[in-house]
Design a protein around this ligand. Structure first.
Ligand code: ATP
Ligand code: MG
Length: 502
């Protein structure tokens, strides 16, 4: 599924999930409103009907009393009208589901009608005793019963209203529970979807970021932890990343090959120039005029710089193309140190820098290294130390035993390296922003080559520095370089392959 589709789907699910509690809440609220409105209307209507019914019953009672005293057709007609009105009102009580009470009143009224007729006839006939008997024996109990029914009806209505209010309250708390449950489920779902979405984006983004960082740091064969066959945009990005690193690797190789060929081709003419300069200086072509001697010296110095540059370029390009070799052979460690001390002593005197070589106890007699290459490394480190240290400063080389190996530390009291640039000093052509303090120009290749050589010896080189105070390079080398293996571009020859010590 593409990232876009995943995002859209998640948004739709989140919206739907949030709509459910919203819908539940809205429905419950509406139902509750309807219930309340119904209750209010019902209560009002029922009270109205009951009030009228009570009025009508009062009328019936009054007319009946009047009838026993006044012999008038009008009073009888009024009594009948009141009875009809009361009956109609009693019927309308059915509407409020008060069936039994309504039935009771209706039957009471049904008794009163004919009894009132008989009473009227008795009054007319002058049978007062019979009329009284009818009034007290039939009409009065029916009226009392109707009154009682009315009261019980009012009571029933109150009970019904209370029941409805309780039911409405129950449905409100039910709706609350449903709403809370729906909200909780919605939140859990939203959290799960967000987690899924974040994970499915975070992982690939992290892998891509690591990949980009690795490429930026020059690790062109970095294995991206992202499947290029994924069906989403990350798959496309992974494929593009692979293609990009492939092309970069190819370019790098082409560049290394070009530099290798160019520097190799440079070596011959430079050597010819140096050869001729040596012949001129020796006077083979006649005596050198005094005026020309310094010019020839300058040409020689520049040609030597060119020769060194060509050699360094060749070295770098060789290990980049995988062709650099180291040839370990047994060497006396102390004589390596002596040679270094002798070589740099002259420079130290010239530059007025205090130079010391410290040999700690327990150093090995003999080591199995490529001495020329290790000399190149220590020479490079000492050259840098002298280059960045002012007159009056100190340069020190300390050699001490380390676990299964030797530790060589070259420290100076020179310019130091800005902390944020420290991690780049082993990169090819990298020069820190301290070149103003350098006594000579360089190309930024010395440390890159040193690192390759040290790693080819299965060793480690690290650097610490404090700006304005000095720098220390630490080399950790095993006593014997044993196994055949490739590191960087250098091929390590096993001791068996190495030439015998002289
Ligand atoms: P090259 O060695 O190729 O002639 P370089 O000395 O400039 O040129 P590296 O030896 O690779 O190149 O060093 C890289 C950079 O590291 C230097 O340019 C310098 O900025 C910094 N550096 C190395 N050693 C020291 C040191 N001892 N003190 C201060 N800066 C150093
Ligand atoms: Mg250098």
């Amino acid at each position: 599924m593409t990232l876009r589709a995943r995002l859209a789907l998640s948004l739709v699910i989140i919206a739907a999930v949030l709509l459910v509690p919203l819908f539940v809440a809205r429905t419950s609220m509406r139902r509750l409103h309807e219930d309340i409105r119904g209750l209010r209307e019902r209560e009002f209507q029922a009270s109205l009907v009951l009030g009228r019914l009570r009025d009508a019953m009062g009328d019936v009672r009054a007319r009946e009393v009047a009838l026993s005293v006044v012999r008038s057709d009008t009073v009888q007609a009024q009594l009948i009208a009141s009875l009809v009105r009361a009956r109609l009102l009693a019927d309308s009580l059915n509407h409020f589901v008060l069936y039994s009470a309504a039935r009771r009143i209706t039957s009471d009224l049904a008794v009163i009608g004919p009894a009132a007729d008989s009473e009227f006839a008795a009054v007319r006939a002058g049978a007062v005793g019979r009329a009284d008997t009818l009034s007290e024996g039939r009409i009065a109990p029916a009226l009392r019963d109707a009154d009682n029914a009315l009261s019980s009806m009012e009571h029933e209505l109150r009970v019904q209203t209370e029941q409805r209010v309780t039911a409405a309250e129950a449905s409100l708390s039910n709706a609350e529970v449903v709403l809370l449950a729906a909200l909780a489920i919605a939140l859990v779902l939203v959290a799960a979807i967000s987690l899924w979405l974040t994970r499915s984006i975070n992982g690939p983004v992290r892998a891509l970021r690591q990949g980009m960082q690795a490429v930026a740091e020059g690790e062109l064969d970095h294995k991206l932890r992202l499947n290029a066959s994924r069906a989403d945009e990350f798959g496309q990005l992974a494929a593009s990343f692979r293609e990009m690193t492939r092309q970069l690797r190819e370019l790098d190789k082409l560049k290394a090959e070009f530099v290798s060929i160019a520097s190799h081709e440079l070596k011959t003419p430079i050597n010819v120039i140096l050869g001729y300069i040596a012949l001129i200086e020796e006077g083979i072509y006649g005596p050198v005029p005094e005026k020309q001697a310094p010019v020839i010296k300058t040409i020689e110095a520049q040609a030597n710089t060119l020769a060194r540059l060509a050699a360094q370029l060749l070295d770098v390009s060789r290990f980049e193309a995988g062709g650099g070799r180291i040839e370990p052979r047994p060497v006396r460690f102390s004589s390596m140190l002596d040679d270094l001390e002798r070589t740099f002593h002259v420079l130290a005197v010239q530059r007025d820098i205090q130079f010391t070589v410290v040999r700690k106890g327990g150093l090995p007699e003999e080591v199995l290294w490529d001495p020329e290459r290790i000399n190149e490394v220590t020479g490079n480190l000492l050259s840098n130390a002298f280059k960045f240290t002012k007159a009056g400063g100190k340069v020190e080389l300390v050699a001490e035993p380390a676990e299964n190996g030797v530790c060589i530390r070259v420290s100076d009291t020179g310019a130091g390296i800005p902390p944020e640039q420290l991690k780049h000093v082993f990169e090819k052509f990298y020069q820190a922003d301290n070149q103003k303090s350098a006594s000579s120009k360089g190309t930024g290749l010395g440390l890159a080559i040193a690192k390759e050589i040290v790693e080819a010896h299965q060793g480690r080189i690290t650097c610490t520095s404090e700006l304005g105070k000095g720098t220390t390079f630490t080399l950790l080398l095993p006593l014997r370089v044993l196994n055949r293996r490739r590191t960087g571009g250098f091929r390590l020859l096993a001791p068996a392959d190495a030439p015998a010590p002289k």
